[in-house]
Unconditional design. Structure first.
Length: 81
């Protein structure tokens, strides 16, 4: 099936329905969770996410582990200066 032009933007139109009554607190909590997790991985920890044993991606991740051990200041520390 060929992809027609505009197929990926057809879901967003200026005339789409929206209501100020919508409760978006759950979406805000999701964003906050992702922010906290990203910040913890990026600046508050020397630990990186890892693949489970037996994963097809674990071997390549292990090969590049040395690249993630570079001792450098984290962005949060730089902004304090």
């Amino acid at each position: 099936m060929p992809i027609r032009a505009g197929a990926y933007t057809a879901h967003c139109q200026p005339c789409d329905a929206w209501s100020p009554d919508w409760d978006l607190r759950g979406a805000a909590q999701d964003v906050e969770l992702l922010y906290v997790m990203g910040k913890a991985i990026a600046s508050d920890s020397k630990d990186w996410p890892a693949w489970k044993p037996g994963s097809e991606f674990k071997a390549i991740r292990d090969q590049t582990a040395g690249l993630r051990k570079i001792d450098r200041p984290c962005p949060a520390e730089l902004s304090k200066a």
